[in-house]
Design a protein around this ligand. Structure first.
Ligand code: GDP
Length: 226
C-alpha cells in the first residue's frame, strides 16, 4: 500500500462522517449573553466558541435562530446599525461532549449603505477576533445559495489564509428550486474555489433543511479540536 493511501484514507472517512451523519444534538437552553463592540469585551473564560460570519442579509440571524430553535434570539432585520457588534449566545446541550459553548454572531460584511468608517472597521475587528480567541473551535461561513458576491470569495480566501477551515453553509436553499440545486451549489463551489473534499451544507431557516447536518458539523468541530 502506498504511504499516501494510508495517510489520506482515514481523513476522507472522517469528513464524510462530519457532514452526512451528524448526530442530533439535544438543545437544553440558548440565551443571549452580550454584545461586544471590541474583543476587549468578549468573555474572559475558556468556554469553546463557534463563530458565524457572512455578508449582511445572508440570513445569519435567521440561521442562528433556527439552530437554537428560537424565534427571535438573534435579530432578523435589514438594519445595518448593529452590524459592528459581536453577539454572544450561550448554548447548553444534553450532548456530553458539547455541554456548553458560545455561538458567536460576528458582524456581517458588505452592506453598501453602512458608513465607510464602519465598513473599514470590519476587517481589523475580525482580525483581532480571530487572533485573540484561542477558544474558537470553528467558523461557520454563510453564503447565499442564490446570490454570490465577489466579497464572499474574498472573505472565504481571507479566512483560509488565516488558517481557518470554515464550515460552509449555503443559506436560503428553500428559495432554489430542487431541479436547480445541484447547479446552484456547483456555482457556489466554483465561486469560492472549493476543492472536492470540502463539504457545503445547504440550509434553510424557513424549511429547517440542513439544520441537523449543521449541528453535526458544529458538534464535530467542537469535539474534534479539543
Ligand atoms: P442577516 O443580515 O445575515 O442576519 O440576515 P437575516 O437573518 O436578517 O435575513 C435577511 C432576510 O432574508 C430576511 O428578510 C429573512 O427573512 C430572509 N431569510 C433569512 N433566511 C432565510 C431562509 O432560509 N429562507 C428564506 N426564504 N428567507 C430567509
Amino acid at each position: 500500500m502506498r504511504p499516501s493511501t494510508v495517510r489520506y484514507a482515514p481523513l476522507r472517512i472522517r469528513k464524510a462522517a462530519r457532514v452526512g451523519d451528524g448526530p442530533i444534538v439535544k438543545l437544553l437552553s440558548a440565551d443571549f449573553l452580550k454584545s461586544c463592540a471590541s474583543t476587549a469585551q468578549c468573555p474572559r473564560d475558556t468556554v469553546p466558541e463557534v463563530a458565524c460570519v457572512g455578508r449582511s442579509n445572508v440570513g445569519k440571524s435567521s440561521l442562528i435562530n433556527a439552530l437554537l430553535n428560537r424565534k427571535a434570539l438573534a435579530k432578523v432585520s435589514g438594519t445595518p446599525g448593529k452590524t459592528r457588534l459581536i453577539n454572544y449566545f450561550v448554548v447548553h446541550t444534553a450532548d456530553s461532549s458539547l455541554r456548553r459553548f458560545y455561538l458567536v454572531d460576528l458582524p456581517g460584511y458588505g452592506y453598501a449603505k453602512v458608513a465607510k468608517s464602519v465598513r473599514e472597521q470590519w476587517a481589523p475587528l475580525m482580525e483581532t477576533y480571530f487572533a485573540e480567541r484561542t477558544q474558537l473551535r470553528s467558523v461557520v461561513f454563510l453564503v447565499d445559495a442564490r446570490v454570490l458576491q465577489p466579497q464572499d470569495a474574498l472573505t472565504h480566501r481571507w479566512l483560509r489564509e488565516m488558517g481557518l477551515e470554515p464550515i460552509i453553509v449555503a443559506t436560503k436553499i428553500d428559495k432554489v428550486a430542487r431541479s436547480q440545486r445541484s447547479r446552484s451549489l456547483a456555482a457556489l463551489r466554483a465561486h469560492l474555489q472549493l476543492n472536492e473534499s470540502i463539504p457545503v451544507i445547504a440550509c434553510s431557516a424557513v424549511s429547517r433543511e440542513g439544520i441537523e447536518v449543521l449541528w453535526g458539523a458544529i458538534r464535530s468541530a467542537v469535539v474534534d479540536d479539543r
